[in-house]
Design a protein around this ligand. Structure first.
Ligand SMILES: *Cc1c(COP(=O)(O)O)cnc(C)c1O
Length: 221
């Protein structure tokens, strides 16, 4: 199947999910996830109207960002403190902020480098942090405090990778978003849903679905 055909099939899935959920399709952002996909295919996607791509591994994303400075890459995967600097320099957004020490380090570096980088907090409500990263609900206040409303790291929303067998997960995340919006007095976007479960995520109110295989096909390496 060509990339264009795969994208059309995917967009039809999204349209149908929106219709069933009574949502306007423009309210659901499709973020292609390009990890382990070659740059030529990413460029082809860019030519079809997709300027931003999610990447999981810092080094792979940095290499792609250097090779394609006209494209924007978003970090979705775990970030170690010692990779914080290249991450800030090469990603347009960091979606995997999940601990206070990392927030502090990013703030210090962002001030030093004089850059602004929107962040999303990755949440984990299912004790999966050791595998996938993410901040538990009880630890969120410390993370918000470490972020301190720093204008160099504007908080855009919440990202999560719930376990596939966790049927209630998207609903729990939507509830958490509501509570945090109240507490923080700001609106938060919700990034949830991947190739296998985008319909359920859209039904539960996801603002951004992150799609790898259903967009690009099987990963290459
Ligand atoms: C790989 C990945 C995706 C996309 O997964 P698919 O199942 O291929 O759509 C989305 N989000 C994160 C954080 C990922 O690591």
């Amino acid at each position: 199947m060509s990339l264009q055909d795969r994208i059309t099939t995917l967009q039809n899935r999204i349209l149908r999910a929106c219709e069933l959920a009574g949502r306007e399709p423009v309210t659901v952002e499709l973020l292609p996830v390009s990890k382990r996909q070659p740059l030529a295919l990413i460029r082809e996607a860019a030519s079809l109207g997709f300027p931003r791509f999610g990447e999981n591994y810092v080094q792979e994303g940095v290499e792609k960002a250097l090779a394609a400075p006209d494209l924007a890459f978003v970090l979705l995967g775990p970030l170690q403190r010692n990779k914080a600097k290249p991450a800030l320099q090469h990603f347009r957004e960091i979606q995997s902020l999940d601990r206070p020490d990392l927030a502090e380090r990013l703030r210090r570096l962002a001030a030093e480098l004089e850059v602004t980088c929107p962040v999303w907090i990755q949440v984990d409500l299912w004790d999966e942090a050791t595998k996938l990263g993410g901040c538990g609900e009880a630890d969120l206040p410390a993370l918000f405090e470490a972020l301190g409303g720093d204008p160099r790291l504007p908080l855009k929303g919440l990202m999560a990778i719930p376990p596939p067998d966790e049927g209630a997960a998207f609903g729990q995340l939507a509830d958490l978003r509501e509570r945090l919006q109240q507490d923080l007095g700001q609106s938060l976007r919700l990034s949830m849903g991947m190739s296998g479960d985008l319909e359920a995520a859209i039904a539960a109110g996801s603002d951004q679905i992150r799609i790898g295989t259903a967009f690009f096909g099987e990963r290459r390496t």
